[in-house]
Write a protein that binds this ligand. Structure first.
Ligand code: PRX
Length: 676
């Protein structure tokens, strides 16, 4: 690794600002290299030191990290600090209150969808709320090891309930509250959850969403399948409906099933604010979080306690260069891994003050993000490229109305950031003085794996730069050979770090097949990657049948399955097409059954079908009638050709393996120019 920019003077490189380096945890590039070397050469000593920051009821006796990545030898597994006893909730709350004296410090500034809905929650208040919720869950019958499904919007109760689960040793399975009832049901059934937590409703911008109704429908789906494991449904009365006599029942007509449903207020508010933590093994499960699978069935990614705690805590501290007077804001939803790791566990483990935001970037006006940064004096800001591209469209006027001088570090996550968006973020939002940390990671990695450190790493727009401590990235070619130096190929990892996933819930075979089979001995990310002459990594995008729409991974198979469920559709093939704001969007080819007419009302029905099966995030942008699909003689769809048609590429390359090349001409002549 050489200092970037020294070799090629023309390359655009941004060096860390001097003022940030004064008190930074990793103040320069050499410090990064030294620490990195230690993390790779002496991982035991490195992680033992990190573990000292936390409370352990019992320490582990053996080696910290044990694993096998070689699927041809034995079962794939990763264990970290096995035998140690701890509780993650105790560490992120009690430990801060009791040992670090942070009880009065603000843990969250919550701001609702509507700007006048606000709440400030200190660490000691958070601890009490979590204990109350933990006691209520116990009373409802939740025991250590049980799975709890959480389908809540971004309200404080979401944080309370996930930490309450962690406190009593239950496994939380949070489902993003934008998913449909069928998606929720599928996840509840897969993890056999015993309790469901939801809210009566939520406003997203001006739209009112009846969450309880969706939750009820999900339970109905489970019942129909004969797989109803949920005994109780605890319902939070949303803060928006608690004020001004704004009665939820009038607006939402919440149906109530007295046998199953319990109001949160009634179960939690009177519960004791003390609850002893359950002392857990370091390798006990902490949570399951579902991510799209290339076969179409979502995978329950499983994370365990100690490794996840240490990894999210350390990445948060270094990647955002966290200091006690910071105000940090991650705009993600806790329903995704970014929220789990960098709204809840990582920041709390560091005793940080965060903004917890329920709303959307453009409601009630397009300057909402900038208004919040000014209001809370946010110093570290973490968002997604799709949000940056959306806000870029409105120019710099909305930014100029607010004081953004508190900002020190900007972060992005979820998808490749195009250099244009990177520059706007850096110049317009960060006013040229804030480093942009482009963090590459996955639900499966638990925390950042490729990322700059703000005071140490010279930046190149569009590159996630270098590995975090303990992470050893490797690039392989198609034959599984390791490529040295400048190279492009499959991004894989040879060794685990503490925060890597431990399995796919209840499905070891899927775990091994998905991540370890293609190249035995390596964890395969599914992303392509290029390494430049300075050793910098540039993610080139997915190399499987996954799409990244607005930072959310979707599988083409999942969307195809939803489309073919419609009675008019005989066959469907979905590919990605670049999108100016979302990064990628869905372009769907559908072959209709005989005599069905392709028209606007059918298109609407198809879109509705996808929304029902998956959720609004998967709504197709383009739907094209495809009387035939380009297939090889063995019947395999040539997706490459479909992608090229969707992208309006003129040269379609070699079509000689197609069974019927005329199909392509027809598709080209009927290509969609405008969104459906
Ligand atoms: O393709 C990569 C992309 O998002 C995928 C992981 O998605 P998910 O598990 O939903 O987690 C998203 C939040 C961590 C990756 O396989 N991705 C994520 N971050 C980046 C990225 N692609 C390029 N640059 C990034 N910074």
């Amino acid at each position: 690794m050489v200092v970037p920019g020294q070799q090629n003077q023309e390359e655009k490189v941004f060096y860390p600002p001097e003022d940030l380096r004064v008190d930074a945890h990793v103040p320069d590039f050499n410090s990064y290299l030294e620490l990195y070397k230690k993390s790779i050469e002496e991982p035991e000593a490195f992680w033992r030191e990190v573990a000292q920051e936390f409370y352990w009821k019992e320490l582990p006796n053996g080696q910290l990290l044990q694993y096998n990545f070689d699927v041809t030898k034995e079962k794939v597994y990763v264990k970290f600090m096995e035998g140690a006893k701890t509780n993650i909730c105790y560490n992120v709350l009690d430990h801060n209150v009791l040992t670090r004296n942070l009880g009065e410090k603000v843990a969250y500034h919550w701001e609702g969808n509507s700007p006048d809905l606000r709440l400030t929650i200190t660490y000691s208040q958070l601890l009490k709320q979590v204990c109350r919720c933990a006691n209520a869950l116990k009373k409802l019958g939740v025991k250590k090891g049980d799975r709890v499904a959480i389908y809540l919007p971004m309200i404080p109760e979401l944080v309370y309930s996930m930490l309450a689960c962690a406190r009593i040793g239950a496994v939380h399975s949070i489902v993003f509250a934008g998913f449909s009832s069928e998606s929720l049901a599928e996840r509840i059934m897969d993890a056999q959850c015993s309790i469901l937590l939801t809210a009566d409703g939520v406003y997203r911008g001006e739209k009112l969403i009846n969450l309880k109704q969706i939750a009820d429908e999900a339970l109905e789906h489970c019942r129909e399948k004969g797989l109803l494991t949920v005994q109780k449904c605890m319902v939070v009365k949303h803060h928006a409906f608690r004020i001004n006599g704004n009665d939820t029942c009038n607006k939402l007509q919440t149906l109530w099933n007295a046998e199953c449903d319990v109001w949160w207020d009634e179960a939690v508010d009177n519960a004791s604010e003390e609850c002893d933590p359950e002392w857990m093994d370091a390798e006990d499960p902490l949570f399951v979080l579902y991510t799209s699978g290339s076969t179409g069935k979502p995978k329950g990614v499983l994370h365990t306690i100690a490794g996840y705690l240490l990894y999210t805590s350390l990445t948060f501290k270094y990647v955002f260069d966290h200091h006690q007077d910071d105000v940090y804001w991650c705009t993600a939803d806790i329903g995704w891994i970014t929220g789990h790791s960098y709204i809840t566990y990582g920041p709390l483990a560091n005793g940080a003050t965060s903004v917890l935001f329920e709303g959307i970037p453009v409601y009630p006006h397009v300057g909402r993000f900038w208004e919040i940064i000014e209001k809370y004096r946010v110093s570290k800001f973490y968002t997604a490229p799709t949000a940056i591209r959306l806000l870029m469209k409105y120019g710099i006027e909305p930014l100029q109305k607010y004081d953004l001088s508190s900002l020190r570090v900007l972060g992005t996550v979820g998808e490749p950031i195009n250099p244009e968006a990177w520059m706007w973020y850096h110049d317009a939002v960060g006013q040229g003085r804030c480093p942009v940390v482009d963090t590459f990671w996955q639900t499966e990695t638990g925390g950042h794996v490729l990322t700059p450190l703000p005071a140490a790493t010279p930046l190149k727009p569009g590159s996630a730069t270098l590995p975090f401590f303990g992470v050893l990235p490797i690039i392989l070619n198609e034959h599984g050979e390791e490529l040295e130096g400048e190279a492009e190929g499959y991004l894989v990892f040879k060794k685990p770090w503490p925060g890597i996933m431990r399995g796919v819930y209840g499905n070891q075979e899927c775990f091994e097949n998905t991540y370890f089979k293609k190249f035995p001995g390596f964890y395969v990310t599914g992303d392509g990657c290029r390494r430049d002459k300075d050793g910098y990594y540039w993610i080139t995008g997915r190399i499987d049948d996954m799409l990244n729409v607005s930072g959310h991974l979707l599988s083409t198979a999942e969307v195809e399955a939803a489309l073919t469920e419609h009675s008019a559709v005989a066959e469907a093939a979905v590919v990605s097409r670049p999108h100016i704001v979302k990064g990628e969007c869905l372009y769907c080819f559908v072959t209709l059954k005989d005599f069905r007419e392709f028209n606007h009302s059918l298109m609407d029905e198809l879109k509705r079908k996808v929304r029902e099966k998956i959720g609004p995030i998967a709504t197709p942008d383009f739907i094209q009638n495809a009387p035939g699909l380009p297939k090889t003689r063995s019947g395999k769809i040539m997706r490459r050709v479909l992608r090229q048609i969707a992208r309006n590429e003129k040269d379609l390359g070699d079509l000689s393996t197609l069974a019927d090349p005329k199909v392509v001409e027809v598709l080209l002549s009927q290509r969609c120019e405008a969104a459906a």
